[in-house]
Design a protein. Structure first.
Length: 164
């Protein structure tokens, strides 16, 4: 601490704050945020709890047109991570079936013991084996989110992913 924290902003700092305020006002006037965006943001944040590490969607075979995956066209691959101090990554394979989806998951490094697949109709819990693999069937759902739990590891949670 330098002691400068209690001083009023310099003239340069005050000008920068004025520019920031003017830009914020202009954006709010020209492209206002739809009310449902704020509602969705609050709802999404409500599902997060303290002590969970967040794993970002790192790769999605649906949106990466440059990469070709072998296998049937109804298979989607997702990779989340890295998350937590161990850099946890989660690989999900989603295969469309007549009644919903088959999910093949792989957690690296292994260590979590349970995968909870949350979806717009509820949740499914599955054990994760010592190699980091888990499997599940899901009904036909519009979106999913994953939460990993372990006895010695902090919970890992992903954002919601639309399945279409």
């Amino acid at each position: 601490m330098t002691g400068d924290e209690d001083l009023p902003p310099s003239e340069e700092g005050a000008d920068a704050m004025n520019v920031d305020a003017a830009l914020s006002a202009l954006i709010a006037r020209m492209d206002p945020m739809p009310p449902e965006v704020a509602r969705y943001a609050v709802a999404a944040f409500a599902f997060r709890s303290d002590g969970e590490d967040f794993a970002d969607l790192e790769w999605d075979s649906l949106t990466d047109a440059e990469v070709l995956t072998r296998g049937p066209d109804d298979v989607r691959m997702l990779v989340f991570g890295p998350a937590g101090p161990d850099g946890i990554r989660v690989h999900l394979g989603l295969s469309r079936t007549a009644t919903g989806f088959e999910v093949d998951g792989f957690v690296e490094p292994a260590g979590h013991t349970e995968a909870e697949l949350l979806h717009d109709g509820g949740a499914v819990r599955r054990p994760i084996d010592t190699a980091g693999r888990f499997y599940s069937d899901l009904p036909s759902v519009r979106s999913i989110r994953l939460r990993l739990r372990g006895t010695e590891s902090a919970p890992i949670v992903t954002g919601w992913v639309a399945l279409g």
